[in-house]
Design a protein around this ligand. Structure first.
Ligand code: NAP
Ligand code: ZN
Length: 352
């Protein structure tokens, strides 16, 4: 075991603050990574404030962070894919049972025995796992990803969650040329959704509650922008979408979007609001529409997404901050004031 610096919250009402945590010494299959950048996902905020207490209650202290990019500092004797000095990345998952049908199908994100990067039981050290708001992390090589060398590292970190969470459902639901695709909410996930839908050749429409994001939405790749609080603008698109990705982090009217789907259209929820959404049966019945959900992506698909980003030069638009500004960043997330992902420069932790 060794100690490393981190930022943690000790209760759902406490700010994040500097602390020291223990990490395991790398076992034979482990990779030790010095963390260079870590993105701030709205899931970090939901977890720190225990907003998902019914589903996955937070164990305190919590060290969030699951959009990790860094450099390998040490590898175990059986590690074959990484060596010290390599760039490496870690997303939301650090382990799974490897034997269930989901794992066998490379869908580790649905394994019933998965270990999340933070707030999951830690089978090595006891307690819970600690995430990427820290100096270093130790992860089984099966859950370590390779970062294409042409990508900016701060912009690449958010690919590990915001990237794969939007890429995976778009691939699953066949977002391609000639499809009309909506993205609801232009935050961290939403802006990645726009970039991928554009790269897949779809006609992309952004739905936003923030009229001042219109220009950015077009620059990011949207063909059209709809201010969702304007009922007339919404009505113009009734019955026309093949697929809509909903990234909104709070309770909202999902029926307003279901009604925009054409026959057999689908809305996939990736946003995970604390409170349940109300669904009118008629929004689904009329037009044989479907509503589904999606959870991040498997490890192989995450590597596929990173490679795709390398080929197409896709990264997140980040506002890089020192870790000392993390609590301020959370307050800004709550006001939809993020353009379009906060990313922590971990060098700042050294002086914390
Ligand atoms: P984010 O950066 O805060 O973006 C959320 C966006 O939702 C905001 O920028 C805003 O966009 C929109 N929004 C906020 N309040 C709204 C309201 N009252 N009504 C309508 N729209 C509103 O958050 P994120 O990091 O992208 O995460 C989004 C959600 O996805 C979170 O719930 C997070 O936990 C979840 N998530 C799920 C997965 C998964 O695997 N399923 C993975 C990662 C994250 P506009 O300003 O454009 O309206
Ligand atoms: Zn996330």
């Amino acid at each position: 075991m060794y100690n490393t610096k981190a930022y943690s919250a000790v209760s759902e009402t406490s700010p994040l603050a500097s602390t020291t945590i223990a990490r395991r010494d790398p076992t034979e299959h482990d990779v030790q990574i010095e963390i260079l950048f870590c993105g701030i996902c709205h899931s970090d905020l939901h977890s720190v404030r225990n907003e998902w207490s019914n589903i996955m209650p937070t164990v305190y202290p919590i060290v969030p962070g699951h959009e990790i990019v860094g450099r390998v500092t040490k590898v175990g004797s059986a590690v074959t894919k990484y060596k010290p000095g390599d760039l490496a990345a870690v997303g939301c998952l650090v382990d799974s049972d490897g034997t269930c049908p989901q794992c066998k199908a490379s869908l580790e994100q649905f394994c019933p025995n998965q270990t999340l990067t933070f707030n999951s039981p830690d089978k090595h050290l006891g307690g819970v796992t600690y995430g990427g708001y820290s100096d270093s992390i130790v992860v089984d090589e099966r859950f370590v990803l390779r970062v294409p060398s042409n990508l900016d590292l701060a912009g690449a970190a958010p690919l590990l969650c915001a990237g794969i969470t939007t890429y995976s459902p778009m691939r699953h639901w066949g977002v391609t040329k000639s499809k009309k695709v909506g993205v609801v909410g232009l935050g961290g996930l939403g802006h990645m959704g726009v970039k991928f839908a554009r790269a897949f050749g779809a006609h992309v429409v952004v739905f936003t509650t923030s009229p001042d994001k219109t220009e950015d939405a077009l620059r990011l790749g949207a063909d059209e922008v709809v201010v969702s609080r304007n009922a007339d603008e919404m009505q113009k698109h009734a019955g026309s979408f093949d697929f809509i990705l909903d990234t909104v982090s709070v309770k909202h009217d999902i029926n307003a979007y279901l009604n925009l789907l054409r026959l057999d259209g689908n809305i996939t929820l990736v946003g995970a609001p604390e409170k349940p959404l109300d669904v009118s049966a008629f929004s689904l019945i009329m037009g044989r529409r479907s509503l589904s959900g999606s959870n991040i992506g498997g490890i192989a698909e995450t590597q596929e997404m990173l490679d795709f980003c390398g080929e197409h030069n896709i990264t997140a638009d980040v506002e890089v901050i020192p870790i000392q500004k993390v609590n301020e960043a959370y307050e800004r997330l709550l006001k939809s004031d993020v353009k379009y992902r906060f990313c922590i420069d971990m060098v700042s932790l050294k002086s914390a």
